[in-house]
Design a binder for this molecule. Structure first.
Ligand SMILES: Cc1ncc(COP(=O)(O)O)c(C=O)c1O
Length: 376
């Protein structure tokens, strides 16, 4: 009998969340961002539910090949562009669109022998200072690309550092407008946070009127999580969970006042306490930094983790179940995040991530290879 831990992807949640993007940005096309194996969900498991998107954005060429193997004929965008010259051969063969963010990528394109014309997304570094041409270098890059016979269309992109927070996007939008307003070509600026919070904001540029145009690049909201939690929750943005990590109680203990639990004795009972030992640990991708108080569902009842997360186990407080008259013991269902299969109760991944001092993205992407996924 395998360990009882299981990850389950919810295609109906993915479908619902994609439909929400159509509500938030009705005039834009949607890149479903499926990098990092669809934020840990598995490209193949998520694909059917997301095939209503207008394109898929990712960064790994092998993942692009997997999408083509699923018979996806529509647009695929490499968000970081190519990593070395020979990647361009695959772009030509698979018809991949690719970001161009540095002079070297233009050199490689200029030297690339192909009959297949390329569509590129010229990336402006509007202030994030990761990838992209600075405003001062942007025009020269555009002029070089425009002169290349290998390139038949140039679109424009930038990425926001603070669309989810108080600094906001004004400074980056201003830089983007200054660099691109008079240039014809499609534009993509919004990640999830910008799409949810700023999509209808005006944008100055040829053929565009709002920030959402022409494409939004939606990642985390597809996967049921709020980019600006705890300011706003997934429920606030009408997003549904897309992944459940569930497992079972494999042991129990009855503690007395003064007893401690787990490595480092970080939790001490202040009275009698019923404890459940749960088959899930950091080797399953559950964050070790999740401390006492991190929420967990047992038989659909919300309770808390107590003590330290170990490699294969955590310990949880079963007293809320005892108080509610819900039987709990070996075999009880435990939901680390997602939806309780027995009751439908939801534990948002955002809440677990916050308790562990991280973000949902990291938890979803970190589910370990040893955790089996339920067939979709
Ligand atoms: C360039 C780019 N666009 C879009 C996204 C999607 O972001 P989010 O998941 O916050 O929507 C990412 C993710 O990090 C990204 O790197």
């Amino acid at each position: 009998m395998p360990r009882p831990i299981l990850a389950t992807v919810h295609p109906e949640g993915l479908r619902h969340n994609l439909a929400q993007a159509r509500v938030r940005a009705p005039d834009a096309r949607v890149w479903a961002v499926v990098k990092a194996n669809a934020y840990g969900h598995g490209i193949e498991r998520a694909f059917e539910a997301l095939r209503g998107a207008d394109g898929f954005a990712l960064l790994d060429l092998a993942e692009a090949e997997r999408l083509r193997a699923l018979d996806w004929r529509g647009p695929i965008l490499l968000l970081e562009g190519v990593f070395e010259p020979r990647d361009l051969e695959l772009c030509s063969r698979l018809g991949l669109w690719h970001a161009v963010h540095c002079d070297e990528q233009i050199d490689w394109l200029a030297a690339h022998k192909t009959q297949q014309s390329h569509r590129v997304f010229l990336k402006l570094n509007s202030g994030m200072n990761r990838l992209g041409f600075t405003p001062g270098a942007f025009r020269a890059a555009w002029a070089r690309l425009s002169a290349l016979p290998q390139v038949d269309e140039i679109a424009f992109m930038t990425h926001f550092s603070d669309a989810d927070g108080p600094r906001g996007i004004d400074h980056q939008v201003a830089a983007f407008e200054a660099a691109t307003a008079d240039l014809a070509g499609e534009r993509t600026l919004c990640n999830t946070a910008a799409m949810l919070r700023h999509a209808s904001r005006p944008l100055r540029g040829v053929g565009v009127s709002t920030l959402a145009a022409d494409w939004v690049r939606e990642g985390i909201a597809l996967y049921g999580s709020a980019p600006d939690y705890p300011e706003n929750s997934a429920a606030h943005w009408d997003l549904q969970p897309t992944m459940t990590l569930s497992t079972r109680v494999i042991g129990t203990q009855r503690l007395q006042a003064g007893d401690t639990v787990g490595y480092g004795s970080t939790f001490t009972a202040d009275g009698p306490l019923h404890i459940g030992v749960v088959a899930c640990g950091y080797a399953d991708g559950y964050p070790r930094h999740a401390g006492t108080g991190t929420p967990v569902l047992v038989n659909g009842v919300r309770t808390r983790l107590v003590g330290r997360v170990s490699m294969d186990m955590i310990t949880v407080d079963l007293s809320p179940l005892d108080a509610a008259g819900v039987p709990a013991g070996i075999g009880s269902e435990v939901v680390m995040w997602g939806v309780s299969p027995s009751t439908g109760a939801v534990l948002p991944v955002d809440e677990v991530a916050r308790a562990a001092g991280t973000i949902s993205y990291e938890l979803l992407c970190a589910v370990a290879p040893r955790v089996p996924f339920a067939p979709v």
